[in-house]
Ligand binder design. Structure first.
Ligand code: CDT
Length: 300
């Protein structure tokens, strides 16, 4: 067995006028709880420092001034790094990034137990739209505020494991997971913010949660990885985001799931060796994959 203390910290809602200081204080509380339960790493949600602001039509400058981080760590986020180092716990954190060249990304970072940033992922599957849908109850303007990530899907050797990162909508795309599995990922961390209401078509609400869990379980099994998925949940400014933060084993089984829609830490002692039998047999990529028949995937 190769035990790895894995924690997911779900966030309840963050309101538009909540400060970074308030958000960071909540993250710190959960980081401490995760560490006390024996976690080596805690996974926080996508855009974990602010409300899910792509629901608002703003000018890009307004959005940047309010909701984007100009540096990481910055003055308000330094405490996360200081506490992580003190407690010797790694973390995944999602936030809105303005790069040094002034480009905007929906980003996550992977921080090791010495509080060093070892990996960065810039979200590739940006859902939603860039125009103002004035008839809709709220917007989903990720295509307006963010550029498509320009650094690919990567896996980092850290904390005695190989860890990959995805962000929210990526979890629905089989290709994203497979690119991480091909780099021998053992754990994939995913932060998300998913509105319960679909503004594009009248989707039955129960399907939203079903497709979220279905995506995580299928991806974990088909790629022999541990999945740690952290959501931001509850009503932000009256708009509901679903909860359902979960840890899924390489067997495809859910081993921990959040019970409510508030700040909540879930934890499991993940056995990183659990995926080995699947990797050696049913999903032995070298023996059984047929990439020569998959070329259409990259051509279209
Ligand atoms: N944040 C994010 O990517 N949310 C999307 C919502 C899809 S509906 C436009 C998701 O896939 O959960």
């Amino acid at each position: 067995k190769r035990p790895f203390g894995l924690a997911v910290a779900q966030l309840g809602p963050i309101q538009p006028n909540d400060t970074r200081k308030q958000a960071v204080a909540r993250l710190l509380e959960m980081m401490k709880e995760a560490a006390s339960r024996g976690a080596k790493m805690v996974v926080f949600p996508e855009l974990a420092l602010t409300t899910f602001f792509p629901r608002y039509w703003m000018t890009e400058k307004e959005a940047i001034d309010r909701y984007f981080e100009k540096s990481m760590p910055g003055p308000e986020t330094q405490a996360l790094f200081d506490t992580a180092k003190k407690l010797s716990i790694g973390f995944y954190l999602g936030y809105a990034e303005v790069s040094t060249e002034g480009k905007c990304f929906n980003t996550s970072i992977l921080v090791n137990q010495q509080a060093e940033i070892v990996g960065r992922y810039r979200k590739i599957h940006l859902p939603g739209h860039s125009d103002n849908k004035s008839h809709a109850p709220f917007q989903h303007l990720e295509k307006k505020y963010f550029e498509v990530g320009n650094e690919g899907f990567n896996v980092w050797e850290t904390m005695d494991s190989r860890i990959g990162m995805l962000l929210c909508n990526d979890r629905r795309w089989g290709e994203a997971w497979r690119v991480l599995a091909l780099q021998n990922a053992e754990i994939v961390a995913v932060g998300y913010n998913t509105p319960s209401q679909n503004i594009h078509w009248n989707e039955p609400p129960h399907l939203r949660m079903f497709h979220h869990i279905l995506s995580l379980q299928a991806a974990a099994y088909q790629n022999c990885v541990w999945v740690a998925a952290a959501g931001k949940a509850g009503k932000e400014d009256g708009f509901h985001l679903f909860a359902g933060s979960a840890i899924v084993a390489p067997t495809g089984e859910i081993v921990a799931q959040a019970q409510g829609e508030d700040d909540e830490v879930i934890f499991c002692q993940a056995d990183l060796a659990l995926g080995d039998a699947f990797k050696q047999h049913i999903f032995n990529f070298a023996a059984h994959r047929r990439p020569e028949h998959y070329t259409l995937i990259t051509e279209r």
